[in-house]
Design a protein around this ligand. Sequence first.
Ligand SMILES: Nc1nc2c(ncn2[C@@H]2O[C@H](COP(=O)(O)OP(=O)(O)OP(=O)(O)O)[C@@H](O)[C@H]2O)c(=O)[nH]1
Ligand SMILES: [Mg+2]
Length: 390
Amino acid sequence: MAVQSVSCSTFANAASITPPTTSKRVGFCYTASPYFIVRRYFAGIALARRAKARSAQIDAQISRQSVSLQRECKILVLGTEGSGKSTIVRQMRLHEPESVSLDERLGMRSAVLAHLLTSALAVLDELERLNLELADSDSRDNADIVRGYVLDAADKDITEVVRAIDAIWHDSVVATRSGQFRLVDNANYFLDAAGRIGAGDYVPTDQDMLKARAPFGTVSKTQLPLGSVSIRLFEVRMQKSSKNKWMQAVDDITSIVFCASLADYDAEALGPTHRALDESLVLFENVVNSRWFQHTSVILALTKLDIFRAKLATVPLEKYAFDYKDGADAGKASKYILRQYMARNHAHLRVYPIIVEATDPAATVCNRTILTAVKDTILQSVLRTSNILP
Ligand SMILES: Nc1nc2c(ncn2[C@@H]2O[C@H](COP(=O)(O)OP(=O)(O)OP(=O)(O)O)[C@@H](O)[C@H]2O)c(=O)[nH]1
Ligand SMILES: [Mg+2]
């Protein structure tokens, strides 16, 4: 431990220094007696021994407490609806060898299909909104198949509906006008992959698992070994209206991962005057300044960097943030949004920010940052209980 080695070596050095035989004082000079030298020498040795013993005591305490804290390491994953909580958790799991079984992968098939179906229905709605007709006459029958399909059982035959979706997506009107459609996140990705998803032996890939919107329970729990630390993740969807009283009910939280979508800057949460970004900022403010979390570290995960980057080109951030002047530069714009969050940290909680494309299977930044934050927090907590830190 850095703290211990500093204190030990300081005292050890003190003991090894031979006391000076002469000392200069202003105005006169004297020679120290042998008795004085020997007394200082032994006092130095005693001091070093005491420091060494104290240091060993702290070492033992730290290792005892680290072990018990690591067993109990709890992380809350918070954020508004659709902010990327499940995606971050899945991304962390996919990086841990063998933490996702084949059964679980196959279990995600219905979530993938639901995402594909929602995307296709959104395409049909957008055609209506823009007063457009499908070009191909068969496409109209296909639209009926899609609208009439009910996804009620995991083993239901999906061949016909997937073929219909694929035909609609490749209709010439859709192909030329889809740039104007307002679709759900990752709709294009799943619509492009319809043929692959419809195959009988389809197994969701890492990318499919990350891009699919999974249904949300009330609070979902995940156990995960992360490096040398074993953690339990609790995903909680926050709502401004519900006052989030659950905060008082949770204890022993090591870290919080607060997810916020960068791409929400233009989204309305509860009506035209209520922006999703503002709601997320208020919830973040409540969390970081809450007395329940005063010894908790916070990882602020700003997600959907890829969607944000694409959106900035057509929906200027300046329209929603009057003091922002840096145009469609995703780096500057994401840092601007990050500053909005950091400005809410009045309690000066330790915040570790990450700006991430959470659906990128190659991104390891989440795991690395979360692991660092967890370890730092365990250390801080041990130092506090050892009375080394206030
Ligand atoms: N392209 C892209 N999609 C993302 C990113 N982060 C999340 N998503 C997608 O956004 C959608 C919602 O993400 P979830 O992780 O389900 O959001 P959530 O916060 O768990 O939502 P609820 O549980 O419903 O509150 C999913 O389809 C994700 O794949 C990202 O960085 N890039
Ligand atoms: Mg979720």
